[in-house]
Each structure stands twice: as structure tokens, then as C-alpha cells.
Write a protein that binds this ligand. Structure first.
Ligand code: AQP
Length: 339
């Protein structure tokens, strides 16, 4: 299939399963923003259908999270003039295509997903069917736009591979190169931001410990306190990258500094090599507050009158359906469903 037969289009989403974290911002949103100014159409999504797969959320909280996530997108620089911003449940073609993909994907493919294994844990029998089918819905989110590129953090790489497998199987089984083989875009500021309490675990909005993450709505004092208390080792920072080997917590903090300051790890280490954490942590806290405070104050402004957010999401859903409705119609035709 020629890659040029599809309009260059970006799709990506974030779950409103809690508040936005610094991991979401550095791993995904910063790249979402820059892709708006490249040669792509861009569609960004609050994936609320995904947000209830791990556990059901109080309805008022889900509504709040979805609006706050939209506020976070806009405050970070995603422009409703440049991008289509949507709430997944308001564009029904996502769920409709997901059903088709549930019938394309194989149980064995889903069972191998590490996110499924991590989130279902030892008690898979009690996990929801939605959690198991999560990657098929994610494939539908992407392919209902014929998206060619998907910016994500490192943790989503396996789901993107599955999306490619689903597209390839559909195309092969129906003998038509209808869905693009989407490219993951795993690059940018920090594709894997780790927990502040455990350098082996990713920073996550659903981690029970609030101290493990920086939330985009944290105030300056909270950010400074969390960084001060972040787990580290007793050694000084190295001047060279190799000196971070086997020091996951130190690497994570330097990585966050580099990503926030748009610098490479090597350049940061040239500046901070030899420093103790007692010196480095306050500098990191100051930088984090400087970069995040304008975003959190704009989020607060947007959340003070949610009508504007609701208008943006309603307009986004209308724009989205201009793309998704014909793709679903054609999918049904290919399969042999008649309307
Ligand atoms: N720690 C992270 N480092 C880099 N990127 C990250 N992303 C999430 N955490 C990190 C990226 O953010 C995008 C949206 O992720 P999501 O919220 O839809 O799902 P997730 O990856 O499962 O994120 P969380 O915070 O861990 O959510 P919960 O706790 O609800 O499962 C993705 O591109 C992801 O790579």
C-alpha cells in the first residue's frame, strides 16, 4: 500500500480517568502541540469510553475529568482552530468500528498485551470485558480517521503494533487496502516519565500514591514538596550519560529537567554534573513551577466557565463526524452490511 494514498493525519487521545500528569504532558501533549504546525491534520481526543474500562468512575467526576482534560489540552497549546478536539463518546463511529474490530482481533493478540496483564493483575476473571477489548477500541479510535501517525508515550507502543495488525488483517481478509498501516510517533520531550517514588514504575494518574506524580493542577508548593521528597540515591549527579546507568530515579529527575527545558540529557548533565540532589532538586522544582504554572492557571480560567469547553467539544464532534461517518459507511459496505 502506498503511504501517500492517505491524507497525513494525526490522532491521539488521553483517558479522563483522573487528572493530567506531568507524564501525559511530557510524553504526549507537548508532541501533540508541535504536530499541529507540521503537515498534518490533527485530531485529539478525551477517550472517555476507555476511562471506564479499569473501573467505573463517579459520573460527576468523569464529566469533570473530561472537561479538565480538554482544558489541559487547550492550556498546553492545542488550538481548536488548528486541531479537532473531541470527546470520544460524542463521536459514535468510534464505538461502532470497535465492534467490527472486536471481530477482527484474536483473543490471543489481546491476551498478550502487557497493559492488560498489568491492569487485570492476578484477578483477570474479575476484570471487565472492556479492559480486555481496550486495544480494539483504541485501534478504532485511530482508524476511524484513517490516521497515518499517532504520537504516544513508550507505554503505548504495543497497542500501536496491534492497531497495525488489525488494519492489516482487515485489509487482507476483505482484499482491499482500506485502512492505513499507522506509524507510531514515539519521540519528543520524555517518552517515559517514571514515578517519583519508584524509578521502575511509570508515572500514572491512577497510581494510589499522589506523591508519585506531579499533577498539572498542583500548585507551586505541592510541586516543590513532591520533588523534594522524590526518591533518589546518595550520590552526586554525573557529568556523563553512562553515570546514570543503574540509577533510575536520578535518570528520571534529570530526564524531567531536560524535557521541561527543551534540552538534551547530555547538555543538562554538562551543567549539573557534580551537584548533590540538595542543589539539583530545588532547581528542578523552580523550573517545573515556571513551566507548569501558566498552564495550570489557564486551566483554572477555562474551568471557571465550562460553557466554552463544551462549545469547543461540540464543534469538534461535528467536524470529526465529517471524517468518521463516510469511513464507517464504507467499512460496512466492504463487510457486506447494507444500510
Ligand atoms: N509516565 C508517562 N511517560 C510518558 N508518557 C506517558 N503517557 C502516560 N503516562 C506517561 C502517555 O500519555 C498518553 C495518554 O495516556 P492515557 O492517559 O490514555 O493512558 P495511560 O498511558 O494508561 O496513562 P496513565 O496516566 O497511566 O493513565 P491510567 O492511570 O488511567 O492508566 C499516552 O500517549 C501515554 O503513552
Amino acid at each position: 500500500m502506498s503511504e501517500t494514498s492517505f491524507t497525513p493525519r494525526v490522532f491521539s487521545g488521553i483517558q479522563p480517568s483522573g487528572g493530567l500528569t506531568l507524564g501525559n504532558y511530557l510524553g504526549a501533549i507537548k508532541r501533540f502541540v508541535s504536530m499541529q504546525d507540521e503537515d498534518f491534520e490533527t485530531v485529539y481526543c478525551m477517550v472517555d469510553l476507555h476511562a471506564i474500562t479499569a473501573k467505573l468512575i463517579d459520573p460527576a467526576e468523569l464529566r469533570h475529568n473530561t472537561r479538565e482534560l480538554a482544558a489541559g489540552f487547550i492550556a498546553s497549546g492545542i488550538s481548536p482552530e488548528k486541531s479537532i478536539l473531541i470527546n470520544q463518546s460524542q463521536v459514535p463511529e468510534h464505538a461502532q468500528l470497535a465492534w467490527i474490530f472486536n471481530c477482527i482481533a484474536r483473543m490471543g493478540w489481546m491476551g498478550r498485551m502487557t497493559q492488560w496483564k498489568d491492569k487485570a493483575g492476578k484477578n483477570a476473571e474479575a476484570a471487565s470485558l472492556g479492559l480486555f477489548a481496550y486495544p480494539a477500541l483504541m485501534a478504532a479510535d485511530i482508524l476511524i480517521y484513517h490516521a497515518t501517525h499517532v504520537p504516544v508515550g513508550e507505554d503505548q507502543k504495543q497497542h500501536l503494533e496491534l492497531t497495525r495488525d488489525i488494519a492489516a488483517k482487515f485489509n487482507h481478509d476483505y482484499g482491499e487496502d482500506f485502512f492505513p498501516i499507522t506509524e507510531p510517533v514515539i519521540e519528543g520531550a520524555a517518552t517515559r516519565v517514571m514515578s517519583l517514588r519508584d524509578g521502575a514504575k511509570k508515572m500514572s494518574k491512577s497510581d494510589p500514591s499522589d506523591a508519585s506524580r506531579i499533577n498539572m493542577t498542583d500548585d507551586a508548593d505541592t510541586i516543590a514538596r513532591k520533588i523534594r521528597k522524590a526518591k533518589t540515591d546518595p550520590d552526586a549527579l554525573p557529568s556523563e550519560l553512562a553515570g546514570l546507568d543503574d540509577r533510575p530515579e536520578a535518570r528520571n529527575l534529570v530526564n524531567i529537567y531536560a524535557a521541561l527545558n527543551d534540552q538534551s540529557l547530555e547538555d543538562v548533565l554538562k551543567d549539573v554534573g557534580g551537584q548533590q540532589f540538595g542543589t539539583f532538586k530545588p532547581a528542578l522544582a523552580e523550573l517545573a513551577v515556571e513551566k507548569l504554572a501558566p498552564i495550570s492557571s489557564e486551566m483554572a480560567r477555562l474551568m471557571a466557565d465550562t460553557d466554552e469547553i463544551d462549545r469547543i467539544l461540540a464543534k469538534g464532534a461535528e467536524q470529526a463526524r465529517v471524517i468518521t461517518a463516510p469511513i464507517l459507511k464504507r467499512t460496512y459496505e466492504i463487510i457486506g452490511m447494507v444500510s
